[in-house]
Design a protein around this ligand. Structure first.
Ligand code: ATP
Ligand code: MG
Length: 407
């Protein structure tokens, strides 16, 4: 991509924001604030979010997930039927269209249950695993942390439908393992943390938490086992266990729940077992905060000059600056692009110093600088964003070096 054709409104001085992530992402031209907790996602953010979603998609497919796209609008009547309309905790977070008696989806247990009813009759039709990437709407009272807590935000939500508890628990564990793979692939060190079932269920739930001083949650963790407890269930921890735990601040990037048959029973979603007996379906729900992940990564990976994004998440792989008056920069850009690398070529007419500043701000993992000096040696200067030192790489070797960095 040539920067002259790319829309990234970077700012020299960004307005103060409610959080580090919002400040950096706005300054680097990834997002633009519309209102508290509401952001427009610009091309750099879209590219990063697509990468995050692709990792999540691959891992959800690997455990048997079927990708769907459900509507954000849901009839209020379905929430009355599940009993959630009368649940104060829930009703206070939903946006409502009074005229049409619809709500904007804050979560999708109801429509998923209704849809699955169309197909499932017998044990042969189970399990069913559906997931989607969607914009969710919630009236968040404390939308003061940038992408960490939006009133409109992207979520991956998965719903599983099983013939019995055993089958559900088995899937629940495979989902937990897949979640840990997702966070690891995104460069995050996530802890599996016990929490209350919240408004979704009476059982425990599992949260996936990333330690971060600016996080909203307080958790007690065991660094050896990478597990822990949310403060809300602290009373249930034995004294012996508690000795091994450290109390830290963290961000919840994912959450998985046992739903039992609360929703399936509400919608009379049942099946016939092998003996012809009508049984309740057991459900689980599994969320990952996609935009919250970009926020979390920005909170964790930056320095005084800007973002330092992990390779798997950065919108481009390399940022190319040409300081020569030749067309050699274009040649290198074409070569690398043809080889399949994602290069942002800064071909704008502006001072070199400003380009260096923006390269750091946007946080692309590799910076390539072609100067008269390196050109004379048929080489280019290569610097990783996370490193203080640069190397000179022969032009004919650049692809090989990049391949190694991104392998
Ligand atoms: P929290 O306790 O942070 O409010 P939650 O328990 O309400 O989260 P879920 O309903 O389980 O969250 O949603 C699944 C995932 O979606 C969460 O783990 C989180 O990563 C993300 N998420 C939830 N609410 C928001 C929000 N307001 N903005 C951005 N991401 C969110
Ligand atoms: Mg919430």
């Amino acid at each position: 991509m040539k920067f002259s054709e790319f829309y990234a409104p970077t700012k020299r001085d960004a307005a103060k924001q409610d959080s580090v992530n919002a400040y950096l992402l706005a300054k680097a031209g990834y997002i633009s604030q519309v209102a508290a907790g509401v952001y427009a996602l610009l091309p750099l953010a879209v590219r990063s979010l697509q990468k995050i979603e692709q990792v999540v998609r691959e891992e959800m497919n690997s455990i048997g997930g079927n990708e769907v796209v459900f509507s954000a609008l849901q009839p209020k009547s379905t929430w009355e039927k599940s009993g959630r309309w009368d649940d104060e905790n829930f009703r206070q977070i939903v946006y409502i269209d009074q005229d049409a008696d619809m709500t904007f989806g804050a979560t999708h247990e109801e429509p998923m249950s209704i849809a699955v009813k169309e197909k499932v009759q017998s044990y042969r039709d189970l399990p069913v695993i559906l997931y989607q990437f969607q914009t969710k709407f919630r009236k968040e009272l404390r939308a003061k942390s940038g992408l960490l807590r939006g009133r409109e935000f992207r979520m991956k939500d998965l719903y599983s439908f099983h013939p019995d508890n055993e089958s559900h628990h088995e899937f629940y564990e495979s989902a937990a393992t897949a979640y840990l793979r997702v966070f690891k692939r995104l460069g995050l060190d996530a802890y599996r943390v016990k929490a209350s079932g919240g408004v979704f269920s009476k059982e425990y739930s599992d949260e996936f938490q990333v330690i971060c001083p600016t996080g909203e949650d307080e958790i007690l963790v065991n660094h050896k086992t990478k597990t822990g407890f949310n403060k809300e269930v602290e009373a249930d921890i034995s004294v012996a266990e508690k000795d091994k735990l450290e109390r830290v601040k963290a961000i919840e990037v994912g959450n998985i729940f046992h739903l039992g048959s609360k929703y399936s029973d509400a919608f009379d979603l049942k099946y016939l077992n092998k003996d012809g007996v009508r049984k309740s379906i057991v459900m689980g729900s599994y969320g990952i905060g996609i935009t919250r992940l970009l926020g979390t990564i920005s909170e964790l990976f930056h320095d005084q000059n800007g973002l330092v994004l992990p390779k798997q998440v950065a919108p481009f792989q390399a940022y190319l600056i040409d300081l020569t008056n030749s067309k050699d920069g274009v040649g290198l850009y074409n070569t690398l692009t043809k080889a399949g690398f994602e290069v942002l070529f800064d071909d704008r007419e502006m001072p070199a110093g400003a380009k260096f500043v923006e390269a750091d701000l946007i946080g692309i993992p590799v910076r390539l600088v072609l100067s008269p000096k390196t050109k004379a040696e048929n080489a280019v200067e290569l610097k990783e964003r996370s490193s203080d030192t640069s190397t000179v790489v022969l032009l004919k070797e650049v692809s090989k070096v990049l391949e190694k960095i991104f392998s």
